[in-house]
Structures are given as structure tokens and as C-alpha cells.
Design a protein around this ligand. Structure first.
Ligand SMILES: [Zn+2]
Length: 142
């Protein structure tokens, strides 16, 4: 019978690392945060825009471009707060509906349904790569 002394510290350490679950941080269930929109005058601010794009793990520019194009307004990301300012009166319902479309198109893996994906650009083509099943799907550019 080998005693505990027979195992080197390095071996134990290596074994401990191997036993640790690797995907813990990403295993949580994703939920799409509801947009908190505030309209003042002719401007609408999505106050939790940062929370939305960080939850979806998408480039804020990609998401804002999608929203602005679909709504048909100009707008910009506020550098300080991370909020998205739309140059128009837009309801939260409209924004939430568009966010759902965005998730279906640019976040959810069409093969396995996982949200654990990355969106990357290869020349003029956008590829949605799934980190759960490894599938790569080309998606239309925004
Ligand atoms: Zn997948």
C-alpha cells in the first residue's frame, strides 16, 4: 500500500487541479436582462445597456449597431455610464423585443441551444462559435 508520503506535492497539486470543475463560472443559466429605458424629450436612454451586453458577452458596438439599425434612429454609447442613448422616443417593449431577436440571431447556438457562444469576425463574415458543442455558424452582418 503506498502511503501519502509517496506522493509528491506537485503530483497532489496537479491532481487537485484536474479534479476542479473547469466550467463553473460559465455553467450558470443565462437570462436576458430586461431593458431599463427612460425617455426624456426626444431621447431614450437604455440605462442598463452595459449589463445587457456583458451578460450576453457581446461587443457593445455590435449590439448598439443592431438596435440603432432596427429602430432606425441615430444614437451613441455614453462613455461614462455605458448607457445607450437613442435619438428618438422608443418604448422598452420595442427594445426588449429587439433584444430577443438579437439573442436568437447572435447569441444562441442553433445547434445545441447554448448561450455559451462567442461572436467573431473572419474578414467580412461573422461566425458564431459555440463553446458548449463547438459548432460554428455564420451569421449575417448587422
Ligand atoms: Zn452549441
Amino acid at each position: 500500500m503506498p502511503s501519502i508520503k509517496d506522493y509528491s506535492y506537485e503530483w497532489m497539486l496537479e491532481r487537485a487541479f484536474k479534479l476542479m470543475p473547469k466550467k463553473t463560472a460559465r455553467a450558470q443559466r443565462f437570462t436576458l436582462p430586461k431593458a431599463v429605458a427612460m425617455t426624456v424629450g426626444s431621447y431614450t436612454t437604455i440605462r442598463n445597456f452595459k449589463e445587457i451586453y456583458s451578460t450576453l458577452r457581446r461587443d457593445p458596438k455590435h449590439l448598439s449597431k443592431f438596435l440603432l439599425k432596427k429602430i432606425g434612429v441615430a444614437g451613441a454609447i455614453d462613455e461614462q455610464s455605458g448607457a445607450l442613448v437613442l435619438h428618438g422616443r422608443v418604448s422598452a417593449t420595442t427594445i426588449n423585443r429587439l433584444l430577443e431577436i438579437y439573442v436568437k440571431k447572435y447569441v444562441v447556438c442553433p445547434t445545441c441551444g447554448s448561450w455559451d457562444t462567442v461572436l467573431k469576425r473572419q474578414g467580412r463574415i461573422w461566425i458564431l462559435r459555440c463553446e458548449a458543442c463547438g459548432a460554428e455558424t455564420s451569421v449575417e452582418p448587422v
